[in-house]
Write a protein that binds this ligand. Structure first.
Ligand SMILES: [Zn+2]
Length: 453
């Protein structure tokens, strides 16, 4: 039986139909930015291209990239010259901006994204596709236990879920475990939307802190976003068990398209990308930035272009995520290329010439032993990407282990990291009673700590 889809026409398109549609929309977009934004007009010519050069999707590979640094500079300039923070690359009247979101600003001053009504409608459409795929219907109660800020997973996500017709309960995450538990008990949500860290925290502490067993809340679906743990078996299984057999769904958003673009399914077999008709993606080699084919097993940095973006379209946005592509049909029967997150280009460490992702370190530690809790932090003396071995990795362990048990556990982890990720680590331990999870402003747990930034 075919799973039910929100927009079957768009979501069931063949690759040939998609490519044709993507090219038409891309052509219109490139002509538009060239005409409406003097900034883009100059940028394209400096890169040696004009809209006329876009004769096929392949020709788009000659067009220049856009990234966070450039966005920040463009916005510094527009604040000075135009009196708004949306950047020199916007192509709409700033008066049409109807909602503003901002990046977390963990790596510098925040950047802003303006949404026109059309931009909001596209984000809402993509959100609807994700909700429908996991079986949430308009009218279902959805508990939003994530940030309530202008960060894209905060109020903008609430806006889109409300547009779908869900009964959104925006309890937030900062109100604490007791409050979230109480509100969940009273409102009986079918779905809770939160971060991986907070979902684990809720499952682990709700009984002790609020006297409410999360298994009794009747929550069927836990949608996690913003962190890779939602696709890691040890982590989603723990959350699913903690909520009494709920299913965890990993939600993916594309910064370059300002929109959610995919969600995993109950088969936990990667994230189904469901928005190719409005969110064009390319895969490139992260070192050379040369394009790679969209084929099964291909791994590289993902590049996004929001095809229908009105305010501040980003041509070839470098999201800095490394993704693995899976084009095999999924057991669930839902269409769409599947993606698995491998790590952040910016988090990638270079240890004696070997690329190491902190989330991969966490995965290895998680798989090894029941004696660890899943939390780790790599502790570097100075900022990466180059780090000298042995690299200190702080691992959280369960209560009650003897010094002998810890010594042999350290040996096992060090061996596994050397064998699987090819770098030398020095394991240090902290008990679950004292390990402090460091989080950024977005609520994501930090996997790297730099002692002398
Ligand atoms: Zn599936």
């Amino acid at each position: 039986m075919l799973a039910s889809l929100w927009n079957p026409e768009a979501e069931n398109m063949t690759r040939a139909e998609l490519r044709s549609l993507q090219f038409d929309k891309l052509k219109t977009l490139v002509e538009n930015v060239d005409r409406e934004s003097p900034y883009y007009h100059t940028k394209l010519r400096e890169a040696g291209v004009t809209p006329e050069d876009l004769k096929s999707l392949e020709h788009y590979q000659d067009f220049p990239f856009f990234d966070k640094d450039e966005e920040r500079k463009s916005q510094e300039l527009s604040k000075e010259e135009l009196g708004h923070p949306f950047g020199m690359h916007i192509t709409c009247d700033p008066k049409l901006v109807n909602r503003v979101s901002s990046s977390s600003g963990t790596t510098g001053s925040p950047t802003f994204s303006g949404f026109t009504r059309t931009d909001r409608a596209i984000a809402a459409e993509n959100t609807a596709r994700g909700l429908k795929r996991i079986g949430i219907e308009p009218g279902d109660v959805v508990l939003h236990a994530s940030v309530l800020s202008m960060w894209i997973a905060g109020v903008p996500a609430i806006d889109s879920m409300m547009a779908y017709g869900a009964c959104v309960v925006p309890v937030g995450a900062l109100s604490g475990v007791e409050r979230v538990a109480q509100i969940a008990k009273e409102t009986r949500p079918r779905m809770i939307r939160t971060t991986v860290s907070f979902a684990r925290h809720l499952a682990a502490t709700m009984q002790d802190r609020a006297g409410i067993n999360p298994k009794t809340l009747g929550i069927e679906k836990v949608v996690v976003t913003g962190e890779p743990g939602g696709s890691i078996p040890e982590i989603y299984s723990e959350i699913e068990a903690g909520f009494g057999g709920a299913t965890v769904y990993d939600n993916m958003g594309a910064t370059g398209c300002h929109s959610p673009t995919g969600i995993s399914c109950a088969a936990h077999a990667g994230i189904h990308f469901y928005a190719e008709d409005n969110a064009y993606f390319e895969i490139v080699d992260p070192k050379t930035l040369e394009p790679l084919p969209i084929e099964n097993g291909v791994e590289g940095e993902i590049i996004f272009t929001g095809l229908e973006r009105e305010c501040g379209p980003l041509l070839r946005w470098r999201d800095k995520d490394i993704i693995r592509i899976n084009t095999e049909p999924c057991d669930c029967g839902r269409p769409g290329v599947r993606m698995t997150f491998k790590g952040r280009v910016d988090d990638m460490l270079l240890i004696k010439g070997v690329n190491v992702f902190p989330n991969a370190v966490r995965d290895v530690v998680n798989r090894l032993s029941e004696q660890t809790t899943g939390n780790i932090r790599m502790v570097l003396p100075k900022p990466g990407p180059v780090a000298e071995p042995p690299v200190n990795v702080l691992v959280e362990h369960i209560k009650g282990l003897s010094p002998e048990q810890l010594t042999s556990l350290a040996e096992v982890i060090e061996k596994a990291l050397h064998h699987q990720l090819r770098f030398r680590a020095a394991i240090q331990f902290e008990s679950e009673e004292s390990f402090e999870i460091q989080t950024g402003t977005t609520g994501k747990s930090k996997l790297v700590e730099v002692l002398n930034p």
